[in-house]
Write a protein that binds this ligand. Structure first.
Ligand code: 13P
Ligand code: SF4
Length: 305
């Protein structure tokens, strides 16, 4: 089968078997084309709660599939590429966070959604990059313990000077590859382009940007802007997707190195095996983890409304 035939077969089988396919925007374009919904972590969690199908296939990384399972416990949730994890999610475990909480009494523990479900059981609320400032602003505490991404944390802190933050030194290994020198080189090459970056980038990079926001935020900004050239400081799939959606505009990667290898693990072949019920990994979590992480994710949804 060629790519088109494989995609047609996936679309036929997902309809026949009442399957919903969710894909993070960092997955490859051929996977996007068979998905029912493509978006950032926040959008994916909303879709997970709303989907009516009996099976959900997640094309992305493990914490995303776990979030879907927690929000839709009665559904069969499959992670299309079982080896796809997020290295940042593994930077802190529940035991280390418990210790941090003991050392910082009176602080509300807030985690990025890019964490394990077990870690979420120890947190008051989780946030995504698009909802973080709004949610933390609404929290009934001025003292915030934020894990694991200190760059995202710093970006939130700048918007909420009334709150006191304590953070760990974690971060996304993909976005950390972008440097101030990359910005200087890209701006020299494309002097008329706007710089749009993800807040997982280093603070020195975010400070030089015309806009910082989540994956969906960046895409919406570029689509609505009157500008015609953009340097994109996030995972490089977004450059490709934007170029596809806005053929009259020009998009340049901030750095060729901004590729998340984990997000690229999901192939069309994996999705095909999943819709035939012979691939991927069905997500199952212990009951206490489901309940504890659900409390944390529900609080994100409640405060984000
Ligand atoms: P968003 O999906 O919130 O933009 O986060 C980016 C990311 O790194 C996902 O793993
Ligand atoms: Fe994790 Fe970064 Fe990859 Fe997102 S882009 S999955 S945060 S490593």
């Amino acid at each position: 089968m060629n790519t088109r035939e494989l995609q047609d077969e996936i679309i036929r089988l997902k309809k026949e078997n009442d399957i919903c396919i969710l894909a993070h925007a960092y997955t490859s374009h051929d996977v996007w084309e068979v998905a029912d919904y493509v978006g950032d972590s926040f959008g994916l969690s909303q879709q997970a709660a709303a989907a009516s199908n009996k099976t959900i296939i997640m094309c992305g990384v493990r914490f995303m599939a776990e979030t879907v399972k927690i929000l839709s416990p009665d559904k069969k949730v499959i992670l299309a590429a079982p080896e796809a994890g997020c290295p940042m999610a593994d930077q802190i475990d529940a035991i280390s966070l418990r210790k941090m909480k003991e050392e910082n009494p009176g602080y509300k523990a807030v985690c990025y959604i890019n964490t394990t479900s077990e870690l979420k059981t120890e947190c008051d609320v989780c946030v995504t990059s698009s909802s973080a400032p709004e949610i933390i602003k609404k929290l009934d505490s001025d003292k915030i313990l934020f894990v694991p991404d200190c760059n995202l944390g710093g970006w939130i802190q700048n918007q909420l000077p009334e709150k006191e933050f304590k953070m760990m030194k974690g971060g996304c290994p993909t976005h950390l590859r972008a440097t101030k020198a990359d910005v200087e080189i890209a701006k020299e090459k494309h002097p008329n382009a706007l710089l749009l970056v993800h807040p997982e980038c280093r603070q020195e990079v975010t400070e030089m940007a015309d806009y910082a926001g989540s994956t969906t935020g960046i895409m919406n900004y570029a689509k609505k802007s009157d500008a015609t050239e953009f340097i994109i400081g996030t995972e490089n799939s977004i450059v490709q997707h934007l170029q596809f959606e806005c053929p009259d505009k020009k998009f340049y990667p901030l750095s060729k190195d901004l590729v998340c290898s984990n997000m690229k693990l999901t192939t069309l072949g994996d999705v095909y095996n999943c819709v035939r019920d012979c691939g991927g990994e069905e997500i199952e979590l212990p009951e206490n983890v489901m309940a504890g992480a659900k409390r944390c994710i529900d609080e994100m949804i409640r405060l984000g409304e």
